[in-house]
Design a protein around this ligand. Structure first.
Ligand SMILES: C[S@@+](CC[C@H](N)C(=O)[O-])C[C@H]1O[C@@H](n2cnc3c(N)ncnc32)[C@H](O)[C@@H]1O
Length: 266
């Protein structure tokens, strides 16, 4: 299966598993490699034979959906969003509250929720010593959650951090970096499929970045957004990925920033 055949295959297959091709354009090589490996494992000679296999074995669709999961992440990904949260959003959420509850949906290996904790502990959040940040991080993939709990990262995952931030939050272990003990245990990780379930309760801050609003089909995006809104307190913040947009509405949301994908729940 060459690259063009793989693209044609993905354009055909993705809508059948509730996903959209444009989201995969940039990551197609990685996904195509996995599909080729799967075809080799099955011993199917080409893409037509793999399509036939999908037709005769419906469980293979679930397999394919797993091959299409993208788990790329890094600390402080899209730094501007975190700076906006730190400067404009978190202080307001913290004011007068004993606990700020945050949910990172599709948290990968913990880079996003731990970034939030690192941010919270930086100035000026330290101005709110009476407020606790409680972070729940969910992902469908048990392997990434295991890595998140270990808190061990390659240098590439830290490339958007300043050297002093790395030094404060991590200790080097060989070629890798381990999140310091005082930060481990600050996030609760839970295995959860966003398409089927959501955590209990309401949150003041929800991050759902580079998952539903990139890879999921438009209809599915709308369904997920209404679930997220049910779990977001009025006045709370919803954060998307920097290349993502809110599906066509109306929705009880207003932009919080002119430049960052942060929305206030109305
Ligand atoms: C590209 S990563 C994004 C990680 C992080 N939010 C970020 O922006 O850096 C997408 C994550 O979503 C997870 N994921 C994919 N499908 C999911 C689903 N149905 N429910 C929950 N998590 C899912 C993947 O396992 C992966 O860890």
């Amino acid at each position: 299966m060459n690259d063009d055949q793989c693209t044609a295959f993905l354009q055909w297959a993705l809508p059948r598993i509730g996903m959209r091709w444009p989201g995969f354009r940039r990551v197609r090589r990685q996904v195509c490699r996995r599909i080729r490996d799967r075809m080799a494992e099955l011993g199917v000679p080409g893409v037509e034979a793999y399509r036939e296999h999908l037709a005769t074995d419906p469980e293979e669709w679930g397999r394919l959906a797993i091959l299409c999961r993208v788990t790329i992440s890094r600390f402080f990904r899209d730094r501007g969003v975190f700076e906006f949260l730190g400067g404009q959003v978190l202080p307001g959420l913290a004011r007068g509250r004993g606990t700020v509850r945050a949910w990172s949906a599709g948290c990968a290996s913990g880079e996003e929720p731990y970034s939030l904790v690192i941010l919270w502990r930086q100035e000026p959040q330290a101005r709110f010593p009476k407020t606790r940040l409680e972070v729940l991080a969910t992902d469908v993939d048990p392997a990434v959650l295991r890595r998140a709990r270990q808190g061990l990262y390659p240098a590439g995952a830290l490339r958007d951090l300043e050297p002093q931030e790395v030094e404060k939050a991590f200790e080097p272990v060989g070629e890798e970096y381990r999140l310091r003990d005082e930060l481990q245990g600050t996030v609760s990780f839970q295995e959860q499929d966003l398409r089927r379930e959501a955590p209990e309760g309401a949150f003041h801050l929800i991050l759902c970045r580079n998952l539903a609003f990139t890879y999921f089909a438009e209809e599915e995006q709308r369904r997920i957004l209404s679930v997220l809104l049910q779990h977001l307190e009025v006045g709370g913040a919803l954060v998307l990925g920097s290349h993502e947009r809110i599906p066509d509405g109306p929705w009880p949301l207003e932009p919080w920033s002119a430049s960052e994908p942060v929305f206030r729940r109305l």
